[in-house]
Design a protein around this ligand. Sequence first.
Ligand SMILES: Cc1cc2nc3c(=O)[nH]c(=O)nc-3n(C[C@H](O)[C@H](O)[C@H](O)COP(=O)(O)OP(=O)(O)OC[C@H]3O[C@@H](n4cnc5c(N)ncnc54)[C@H](O)[C@@H]3O)c2cc1C
Length: 478
Amino acid sequence: MDVIQALTDAITTKNVLSSVESCRPYECDGLSAYREKPLAVALPDNVEQVKAVLRICKQYKVPVITRGSGTGLAGGTLPLKDGVVLGLSKLSEIIKIDPLQRIAVVQPGVRNIAVSQAVEKYGLYYAPDPSSQIACSIGGNVAENSGGVHCLKYGLTVHNVLSIKVLNMDGEESNFDEKDDGIDLLALMNGSEGLLGVIVEIKLKLLPKPEAAQLVMAAFHSVSDCADAVTSVLEQGIIPAGLEMMDKFSLMAAEEFAKVGYPTEAEALLLCEVDGSHAQVQTDAKRVADILSQKGAYKITVSQSEKERIALWQGRKNAFPAVGRFSPDYYCMDGTIPRNKLAFVLEEIDRLSGIYGLKVANVFHAGDGNLHPLILYDANKEGELQLTEKFGTEILNLCVDVGGTITGEHGVGVEKLNSMCHQYNTPELEIFHGIKAVFDDTGLLNPGKAVPTLHRCAEVGQMHVHNNQLPHPHLERF
Ligand SMILES: Cc1cc2nc3c(=O)[nH]c(=O)nc-3n(C[C@H](O)[C@H](O)[C@H](O)COP(=O)(O)OP(=O)(O)OC[C@H]3O[C@@H](n4cnc5c(N)ncnc54)[C@H](O)[C@@H]3O)c2cc1C
């Protein structure tokens, strides 16, 4: 018997796909430049079936690539041709809502926005809000430690998850809880990208909806003034509920798409949301507007109604697809830098854009220093994807060189393996491999993702030089 037959026997024919046509939707995630047909796709109905899939894959030594909604942007769910994609979208039950304790217990396939929709009647919501929230799953959010506009004030996924249930390749269950003593294994699982276990249940923290919120939109004639204004707002002790920046190209594309009244003559736009009690919001909105105009904003708009606030966000929330209308393809990068390096890094990206001859639109969570440069390219042009990848790697390396990191929220996946070699040295990478081995001694959970092999780092020659010492000195150079 082969693995497909064993899976079919265990979880029924309708839950196992293996033909070229039926596997097509699973051959990539949001990083669609990379594709592979998996050996099979397993779509279990319940946790018992997930356990069966894992045990069978272990028995047949077949890799397992766990998948939520497939909106990931780093190729984390890219299949292997000899691997099984374990799709969890049918595990989409909200198991429990407790408005008094302010918690929700959900299965991993529940969509992010569905949680806030389900608890709205209690005046509650789930704070982390990736722009993909209408589609992405809570399981995927935990595996990527996803962020969003509101994470500056309310924290990333890791700060809003109270406990999880995780399966290993034997189908055995472990619980990780914020109240556990010792090493914070719950935090470790947040951002583990499907390498350490399969998350099958999540307890989420819910927050009361703020009484009021107002959005301050500020237009600048210069990108560096706008970037500097970000630091000034935070230095004044204001923690905005969202602090987002767009460069000229992005705001122009967003306006053409969403028609929300963005000033298209501006070089850069800042969106700053404050929330809290009515009185606090009024005070903070005025303080923010004053700081921004002192820092050079030539036009300031403060939302006067909930309708206007939501409308002004629509441009930002649709910025990626809006930019996508200007090019056959775009590559969305994700790096994080210290906020005081924003202006410098943007200038550098602009310089590199000239050298590579590829246009870039910059959209980012400015408050967290999390950049999302979108590199526009045409995959049908010979060599342009490779050129784009090289450009993207330079941007990520730049983030590391100014004291930042190669990912803010999209994860490493297959996309940033080479940049991991730039950020981490040999002992650090060895620790990552050691942790992987403790949780998954079979090496079958999402192999080849997130943590590069030391040989790969030696081969690409992108190594973190620590204390002036060549990393991996024992490895052959290519
Ligand atoms: C238009 C657009 C906008 C986006 N905006 C944001 C944003 O603002 N912020 C942000 O953080 N991200 C954003 N993303 C990226 C993406 O939506 C997030 O990374 C999201 O959390 C992925 O969820 P998913 O269910 O689609 O996961 P998938 O893409 O299916 O999987 C992502 C990773 O998680 C692993 N995984 C999934 N489910 C599980 C599980 N149950 N157990 C173990 N491992 C699992 C997979 O193996 C893979 O490595 C955006 C994507 C798009 C397309």
